[in-house]
Design a binder for this molecule. Structure first.
Ligand code: G1P
Length: 303
């Protein structure tokens, strides 16, 4: 069954970015001139996931406005003949079909994914975390979908991190699947995963492989999430449900693999990483990149 649905949890309070996120959803903070969440929706669309479900909450209404047509603004730009901006504001409304469901209470990432159950039904689907911005030149989601299609079960994206940072992530023990090196511009490796732990201390971590915010999930995850008790931080953790999937037999939708991501990734919910993402993407920007890079070189030279 081909995968067409993407779920993007966007209900988080954005406390790490206060006061900027007091009235503005953190997902709409601009990375150069595009809101952070649009990069994630573009990534889903580029992987063929044209049906996007946003898990939102109170105060997140502006995210839906961003992906809707803005007829009044379009009329003004058309009148002025500003066709580039007109194209840009139309594009965000045409990337995918956007649906939304509200997570009534902040009960964790696992609970947010469970809110997608009715929309997703009995199909495999992808989950993309809005805070994780991934360089479009490394299409990890496409590799993950091909692993699901050939090996079944569920798939996560993995990144190696320094041991002292592992407590920011879910982690897993990972065994290389020898004959499953994926083709592509940036060849990735596939691992069989076990022993998953959410945000372990460096001493207790099963490995230095961190789960980053891209998942391709078997619908069996919903029954498991339904029974998963609150875990770390008193929240229902997706990682705890993945730990169960990893132990289940394939005929029940079990099995868990990881695809190694070796490109650039930023946590745009973190101030420092957000600034790094802005600078990197500004340097690559087709209109202002050259001028910005020249200024940046002068500025850093003067520090
Ligand atoms: C979530 C997941 C964690 C994963 C991380 C990736 O944590 O719970 O397993 O490693 O995303 O960004 P959060 O960053 O939402 O605390």
């Amino acid at each position: 069954m081909s995968i067409t649905k993407a779920v993007i949890p966007a209900a988080g309070l954005g406390t790490r970015f206060l006061p900027a996120t007091k009235a503005v959803p953190k997902e709409l903070l601009p990375v150069v001139d595009i809101p952070a969440i649009e990069y994630v929706v573009r990534e889903a669309a580029a992987a063929g996931l044209s049906n996007v479900l946003l898990i939102t909450g109170k105060t997140k209404g502006a995210i839906l406005d961003h992906f809707d047509r803005a007829w009044d603004l379009e009329a003004v730009l058309a009148e002025k003949g500003d066709l580039d901006r007109l194209r840009a504001i139309r594009e965000s409304a045409q990337l995918a079909t956007i649906h939304a469901v509200r997570q009534a209470a902040p009960r964790g990432l696992g609970h947010a994914v469970l809110c997608a159950r009715e929309h997703v039904g009995a199909e495999p689907f992808a989950v993309l975390l809005g805070d994780d911005l991934i360089d479009a030149r490394t299409p990890v989601l496409a590799s993950m979908i091909s692993v699901r299609e050939t090996m079944g079960g569920s798939v996560v994206a993995l990144m190696r991190v320094p041991r002292e940072q592992i407590s920011l992530y879910g982690s897993a023990a990972a065994d290389l699947v020898d004959d499953a090196v994926l083709p592509g511009p940036s060849p990735s490796s596939v691992f069989r995963l076990s022993n998953l732990v959410e945000k372990p201390s460096p001493e207790d971590a099963p490995s230095d492989f961190a789960i980053i915010g891209r998942y391709v999930l078997d619908p069996a995850v919903f029954d498991i999430l339904d029974e998963t008790p609150p875990g770390r931080g008193g929240e229902i953790q997706l990682t705890d449900a993945l730990a169960r999937l990893a132990e289940m037999p394939p005929e029940l939708g079990g099995g868990l693999h990881g695809v190694l991501f070796d490109g650039r990734r930023y946590d745009t919910g973190d101030r420092l990483d957000y600034l790094k993402a802005v600078v990197r993407l500004a340097v690559d920007h087709p209109e202002i990149g050259t001028e910005f890079a020249t200024w940046l070189a002068e500025f850093t030279g003067a520090l």
